[in-house]
Design a protein around this ligand. Structure first.
Ligand code: IMP
Ligand code: MG
Length: 185
């Protein structure tokens, strides 16, 4: 794989900015759910860095679970519109306060179908917390209760977000210069 510095056009959100905003979100969620128990559902794989940092800033009792969905054709940079659940929950969400934690909302198709599915399972409440939101790209309406950062329509990577499955481990969010990025063969 290329070194990311070859195609990084700018650092959009630094590690310090991420942790400061996640602290705020954690405090807000802790206030909103005071006296309740929370079930956090992390959407794999992009949401994992955000979820693990976020739950450490939440003070109400909580459990977390994972779901995986696939919405892109291999190597594609846009949602195909066909969303498949590739890993479902192992637990019932009936009667529970569910918070979906996602890395980024683009067209909204991925989350809209996750929400539709989870609603059929009778949670006590169901809300969305996304780290990033490409507001201008929305094709399907998604109710977002907690939003880390609204961003422009640029392809970003790092802190859970990948380029062909790599670079998720970077501690910041960077913007890709697609003219310099070489996809793996
Ligand atoms: P949506 O279904 O179009 O809202 O796409 C949401 C999913 O697309 C996210 O969960 C990400 O996995 C992926 N995605 C969208 N934009 C980006 C990006 O800029 N970088 C990396 N992944 C992205
Ligand atoms: Mg994702």
């Amino acid at each position: 794989m290329q070194n990311y510095s070859n195609f990084l056009s700018e650092v959009l959100i630094t590690e310090d900015q991420l942790s400061a905003r996640i602290k705020e979100l954690g405090a807000e969620i802790s206030r909103d759910y005071a006296g309740k128990e929370l079930l956090v559902i992390c959407i794999l794989r992009g949401g994992v860095m955000f979820m693990t940092d976020l739950v450490r800033q939440i003070s109400v009792p909580l459990a977390f679970e994972f779901m995986a969905v696939s919405s892109y054709g291999a190597g594609a940079r846009r949602s195909s519109g066909e969303v498949r659940i590739t890993l479902d929950l192992n637990t019932s969400i009936a009667g529970r306060h569910v918070l979906i934690v996602e890395d980024i909302i683009d067209s909204g198709r991925t989350l809209a179908s996750v929400i539709d599915l989870l609603k059929t399972r009778d949670p006590a409440s169901l809300y969305v917390c996304t780290l990033l939101d490409k507001v201008s790209r929305r094709e399907v309406e998604v109710p977002v209760r907690y939003r880390g950062f609204a961003i422009e329509d640029k392809f970003v990577f790092g802190y859970g977000l990948d380029m062909d499955e790599f670079y998720r481990n970077l501690p910041f969010i960077g913007v890709v210069d697609l003219s310099k990025y070489e996809p793996p063969c």
